[in-house]
Design a protein around this ligand. Structure first.
Ligand code: ATP
Length: 482
């Protein structure tokens, strides 16, 4: 598996992902997608949308604004409770998340085989997370266990403070309290406040879902893992509204569908697992995360949460507007329960990159050489195909452009006529292009082209006019290999 640095450097070198405003020294935990990254991101987003909205007649879309009425965030609980417990190392001035320091200490005990101590510490940790003053309880653990700073090795900590993760901004010219706004820290609240509008206009009956893809912002303090943890990122969320009592069935159904989606994207199943929450939010009656084994360990990429009627009830309370549903069949009136699926688009991209990356020894003729290849699912790859004229003369470029134009009606493709064909293959392997189509003398003579498969490196000769259909079939039939 590639380490994170390898992925960061490949991403930059080939134009997937750049650090933001790098000519000015960059901006921490903010990244920009380059030409290849944009295509990859579009493909992932589109597959999510198709799986969630297009393939369910009872799930519809929404695109709410980033800015919302500030009371939204009081009702949702984010103003009071959306915070991380932070602690500073006085020796180095570096800031840490207190919960992560304790988790690190538990891991260390486990690695040393001190299972009893690890279990005891975990119990105390879970109790601290659930304590009224979680910050103080975590601070006490750090003191009692004498947890040292990971960078300086010092044991010289400040108190633990809760730090709200929401970015604030202001509307209008006057900096008065009433004009304070927040950049949304999740897309879900835009869905809740429109629950009734959507149900009525889309003529949906419970159970039904509302799906949305959009930017979210969190002032993450500890953000050192590339696009895993960003300050500006994109979420793909769906809130599914059900009759109270039906939530566990919906929770099981959507959990299964969401895991299947990741596998259908070609992610190796052995690198995916479920993880139950250590601490349930007070309003949730079930919650679990899909985790992926990243180069830096198992980490969350998606959450599936059964949120009861908490969100709609709170918005009802704070707005004074009824957010009930009238069931025409049973003639009952109720506030629906919600099952949420919430996945980070950028985290998914990091997983797709990490999972696709391979360094392989291959034979080229009778020579052994190594290649770097991104074995993306062909439906996710930035370019579906590359088109090469064997040489830059004799009518081959013209014939290649004809094939290219035909493919462009359906796929994103690239044209390359520079250098030896073997070198051109390597360039495409490194950016994950699944098919390379070579136009040679036979094309001019009898209309055939050679299609080379990225994964097997095998070549097949087919009529030029069949290429589009051939690619479609290959994409449908693709299964992840070694
Ligand atoms: P974490 O514990 O890693 O901070 P979270 O539990 O706060 O994540 P949620 O609030 O459940 O995350 O958000 C849902 C999804 O949004 C996450 O599974 C993740 O994929 C994505 N996400 C959350 N925060 C970030 C971030 N700072 N950068 C990139 N993606 C994020």
């Amino acid at each position: 598996m590639a380490d994170l640095d390898t992925l960061v450097s490949l991403s930059k070198r080939r134009g997937f992902i750049f650090p933001s405003s790098e000519i000015y020294g960059g901006l921490g935990a903010v990244y920009d997608y380059g030409p290849l990254g944009v295509e990859l991101k579009r493909n992932v987003r589109e597959r999510w949308w198709n799986a969630m909205v297009r393939e369910h007649d009872n799930v519809v879309g929404l695109d709410a604004a980033v800015l919302m009425h500030p009371t939204t965030w009081k009702a949702s609980g984010h103003v009071d409770a959306f915070s991380d417990p932070l602690i500073d190392d006085k020796a180095s001035g570096r800031r840490y998340r207190a919960d992560q320091l304790v988790e690190g200490a538990i891991d260390k005990l486990e690695k040393k085989g001190r299972t009893d101590n690890a279990d005891a510490l975990r119990q105390r940790y879970v109790a601290a997370l659930n304590a009224d003053d979680a910050a103080a309880a975590l601070g006490e653990i750090i003191q009692d266990e004498e947890i040292k700073s990971p960078d300086s090795g010092a044991f010289d900590w400040t108190e633990v403070r809760q730090f709200n993760l929401m970015f604030e901004t202001a509307t209008g010219a006057l900096a008065e309290e009433a004009s304070k706004l927040y950049l949304r820290p999740e897309t879900a609240q835009g869905i809740f406040v429109h629950f009734k509008d959507v149900a009525e206009t889309a003529r949906q009956q419970v159970p039904f879902g509302i799906a949305q893809v959009g930017k979210a912002f969190r002032n993450e303090i500890v953000a050192r893992q590339f696009i895993f943890r960003m300050r500006e990122f994109e979420q793909m969320e769906m809130q599914y509204f059900v009759k109270p009592g039906d939530q566990m069935e919906a929770y099981a159904e959507w959990s299964e569908k969401r895991m299947a989606w990741h596998v259908a994207n070609g992610i190796r199943p052995e690198k995916l697992r479920w993880h139950e929450h250590e601490k349930l939010a007070h309003y949730a009656d079930a919650a679990q995360d899909v985790q992926y084994e990243f180069p830096f360990g198992w980490n969350e990429i998606e959450g599936v949460h059964s949120r009861t009627d908490f969100d709609l009830s709170r918005h009802q309370e704070f707005s004074g507007k009824k957010l009930e549903y009238f069931d025409p069949q049973t003639q009952e009136r109720y506030v629906p329960f919600v099952v949420e699926t919430s996945v980070g688009l950028d985290r998914t991209i990091l997983m797709v990159l990490a999972d696709a990356y391979r360094e392989e020894e291959v034979t080229n003729g009778d020579k052994a050489e190594s290649r770097t290849v991104l074995k993306f699912h062909p439906a996710l790859a930035p370019f579906t195909a590359a088109v090469f004229p064997l040489v830059k003369k004799g009518g081959m470029p013209e014939a290649a452009h004809k094939v290219e134009a035909d493919l462009r009606r359906q796929f994103n493709v690239t044209y390359d006529e520079k250098g030896a064909v073997g070198r051109r293959y390597r360039r495409q392997d490194e950016i994950g292009t699944p098919f390379a189509i070579t136009i040679d003398g036979d094309t001019l003579e009898n209309g055939t082209v050679t299609v080379r498969d990225r994964d097997s490196m095998e070549q097949e000769t087919i009529p030029a006019e069949n290429v589009r259909r051939y690619l479609e079939d290959q994409i449908d039939a693709w299964t992840p290999g070694a």
